[in-house]
Design a binder for this molecule. Structure first.
Ligand code: 6GU
Length: 260
């Protein structure tokens, strides 16, 4: 997957994209990230990227021309990795998405992250200041927000989105980190997990996890995942696809709650 990031602050990305799983994905050739400074496409001598807003009001708005120019530049310059199919994976549908990160966008969730992971190319536009001239929104395929709060700019949101998306690209996660026991896999929260020591400050690892009984462990984990979802995010259960076993486990959870 190729990801182009259009931003006024390319240096903000250097640390986060050079560590851990993302670093490894880049080294394995699964991910090709390019940073483009929108300011390089400003045409006046002060390299102005923002301006006062029509209608008045506080806060500067990012100008459309440098963003359109930067977009056209990365689209033209897309030869190489993307076109040659380098880093393409079995899952990629060859599509592209151009995404404006904005608090006015659709909320990013598990489903959107996995949908975007099937693209072979993402172009992310990070807004800053008070916002981005609305004409930029007319040229993008998606407008995405990462939550109901306002950030100083789209850069952190872009990093969150990249992290969430890249985890779904085949080959990025090893078996050990496999996505199957993640929260939101199957639409519910994940089960609790434990590591050594078995007993710590009077708190013990549940017996079933040290029993070596794989089927009992699987069922216990599923039940704990359902219970956590019921307690913390009950609205997720309404949309989740539940099996007969899940319904049986939920009945057990309900009975246990009633007997306490
Ligand atoms: Cl994508 N940008 C900004 N500036 N604030 C946000 C956001 C994005 N998502 C949530 N808040």
């Amino acid at each position: 997957m190729r990801i182009d990031i259009l931003t006024l602050f390319p240096e903000m990305f250097e640390g986060p994209l050079s560590e851990s799983i993302i670093k490894q994905a880049r080294e394995k050739g699964l991910l090709d990230v390019r940073l483009t400074n929108i300011r390089d496409f400003a045409t006046d001598k002060h390299r102005t990227a923002d301006d006062y807003q029509y209608g008045g009001g506080s806060g500067m708005v990012m100008k459309p021309e440098p963003i359109f120019e930067a977009l056209e530049h990365v689209r033209r310059a897309s030869g190489g990795a993307h076109e040659a199919g380098v880093g393409d994976t079995g899952l990629a549908d060859g599509g592209e998405a151009t995404i404006l990160l904005s608090p006015r966008g659709t909320l990013l969730d598990h489903a959107l992250a996995s949908e975007l992971a099937r693209k072979s190319r993402l172009v992310l536009i990070c807004g800053h200041y008070k916002g981005v001239d609305e004409r930029v929104a007319s040229t993008v395929t998606h407008e995405v927000s990462i939550g109901d709060y306002v950030l100083t700019g789209g850069e952190f949101a872009a990093m969150v989105m990249i992290d969430a998306v890249v985890r779904f690209v085949p080959g990025v996660l090893g078996d050990i980190e496999s996505a199957e026991t993640d929260s939101f896999f199957g639409g519910i929260l994940g089960p609790p997990s434990y590591t050594r020591p078995e007993s710590f400050r009077g708190m013990d690892v549940p017996d079933v996890l040290v029993s070596g009984h794989h089927e009992m462990i699987r069922r216990w984990r599923r039940k704990q995942a359902l219970k956590a979802t019921l307690d913390r995010r009950p609205e997720l259960l309404e949309r989740a696809s539940l099996t007969d076993e899940d319904l049986e486990l939920l009945r057990e959870i309900e009975e246990e709650a009633n007997t306490i």
